[in-house]
Design a protein around this ligand. Structure first.
Ligand SMILES: O=C(O)CCC(=O)C(=O)O
Ligand SMILES: [Fe+2]
Length: 200
């Protein structure tokens, strides 16, 4: 478990480095502005028992949400029973499990830091009438005592872009997350400076 955790954290850091490069952050110091959101890690094992046929279409395994972290690397441990779905253009799209594959879910913190250039993905888990399912999520964040979460100056300066999200200390952000319900992208709505009305 410890080895898995260390390796997954390394993958998360590498992915964030690539994302930073894609965004034009080239120096080591600039890349660190994104990789710092993989400095800390927490893990969650999700167990979804099979749900009786009569209820399966009325029950969700996990309500729609986006992860309130930097980057999540998710392993669908049960490869024989799908359950994860992502929301794309208003529709729920299943993500088929691939043995040994990690799914990278962009979290809310990366959406804020990149001023919306990378959007966090809304997702949910559904249950099956016949199969139980296990997934394991590794969440990556900045350290609690790290500076703040807010749109990176380095990315906005070029285009004279305006910040679309508030800047908040990591501690206040964590308080906001723990006082919020698991409900779609509600934390992003709270962080937006001029939230546009959400589609029905
Ligand atoms: O079980 C899944 O596939 C989704 C888990 C998840 O979204 C989470 O733990 O945040
Ligand atoms: Fe999630």
């Amino acid at each position: 478990m410890e080895r898995y955790s260390v390796e997954v954290q390394r993958v998360a850091t590498d992915l964030l480095r690539v994302m930073a490069k894609n965004l034009g952050l080239s120096s080591e110091a600039e890349k660190r502005l994104l990789t710092r959101v993989a400095a800390a890690q927490s893990m969650r094992m999700n167990y979804y028992p099979a749900c009786p046929e009569s209820h399966a279409d009325k029950v969700l395994g996990l309500s729609p949400h986006s992860d309130a972290v930097g980057l999540t690397l998710l392993l669908q441990v049960t490869t024989t029973s799908p359950g994860l779905q992502i929301r794309r253009q208003g529709r729920w799209v299943p993500v088929a499990p691939l043995p040994g594959a990690l799914i990278a879910n962009v979290g809310d913190v990366v959406e804020v830091l990149t001023n919306g250039k990378y959007k966090s993905v809304e997702h949910r888990a559904v249950v099956s009438a016949s199969h139980e399912r296990v997934s394991m999520a590794a969440f990556h964040t900045a350290r609690f005592d790290d500076d703040a979460y807010g749109p990176l100056q380095e990315m906005m300066l070029d285009g004279g872009e305006q910040p679309r999200y508030r800047t908040m200390s990591v501690e206040d952000y964590v308080k906001l997350v723990f006082s919020s319900k698991l409900d779609g992208k509600n934390i992003m709505d709270a962080m937006k400076i001029n939230p546009s009305p959400s589609p029905p």
